[in-house]
Design a protein around this ligand. Structure first.
Ligand SMILES: CSC[C@@H](O)[C@@H](O)C(=O)COP(=O)(O)O
Ligand SMILES: [Zn+2]
Length: 215
């Protein structure tokens, strides 16, 4: 039976609208092969500060309305369902960056290969596609995507990300977790999806450039 708190939680039109956006994003991301075998997780922030997020363990390319749940800003379930095992990596981004409205986490081959080729960060510079990132309007720039070691201890991993973000005040558009995948975010689900696609393209170019033979 649901607790009183759960039964009182009302899912708003905004929740269902954002849930639909996450479901559509999942279908697209899966069509590219970037969330195999139930991997990945997605979320979108609501105007009241609560968050729509994928239920743990669901296939992110075949999400149904029931597979998107509601949590509060601290990651507590508001509807009795079990949120993503990596919820803390989402909530800490929303807490740090008030403008972030969506967080997407794919497990792609390119992110995995990138972390094998580049140990601590990958620098992306002089690409026209850098203009896909919010606030960038020229190819004559560079962004750095940090790479963290994988860790099953999500609070410890979240601390490492926090520590990096504390020390870097330039815009950060995402980070890679070695042997795992990457996180990216944006001011809407569409923005986050654009960042995801751009990072995927740029990781791919860098991998081809530097060659898998270096592995
Ligand atoms: C199928 S292994 C992937 C998981 O361990 C995890 O990294 C992941 O991305 C999905 O976890 P989830 O709890 O469904 O959000
Ligand atoms: Zn993951």
């Amino acid at each position: 039976m649901q607790s009183a708190k759960h039964s009182m939680t009302v899912k708003t039109d905004e929740f269902f609208r954002k849930a639909d956006q996450l479901i559509a994003a999942g279908r697209f991301i899966d069509s590219k092969g970037w969330v195999p075998a139930t991997s990945g997780n997605f979320s979108a922030k609501l105007s009241d500060g609560n968050i729509a997020i994928t239920v743990s363990g669901r296939h992110k390319g075949r999400l149904q309305a029931d597979d998107i749940m509601l949590i509060d800003s601290k990651g507590n379930s508001l509807d009795g369902k079990k949120p993503s095992a990596e919820t803390l990596l989402h909530t800490s981004l929303y807490q740090r960056f008030p403008d972030v409205q969506a967080v997407l986490h794919p497990h792609s081959i390119n992110a995995t290969l990138t972390a094998r080729l580049f140990k601590h960060e990958i620098v992306l510079k002089d690409y026209e596609l850098l203009k896909a990132f919010a606030g960038i309007n020229t190819h004559e720039t560079r962004i750095s995507i940090p790479i963290f070691g994988n860790d099953q201890d999500i609070p410890r991993l979240a601390d490492k990300v926090e520590n990096y973000l504390d020390r870097h005040d330039h815009a950060v558009y995402g980070y890679i977790i070695a042997g795992h995948g990457f996180y990216t975010w944006g001011a809407s689900v569409d923005d986050a999806l654009r960042h995801l696609e751009a990072l995927e393209f740029l990781f791919d170019v860098e991998i081809r450039l530097h060659g898998v033979t270096r592995l």
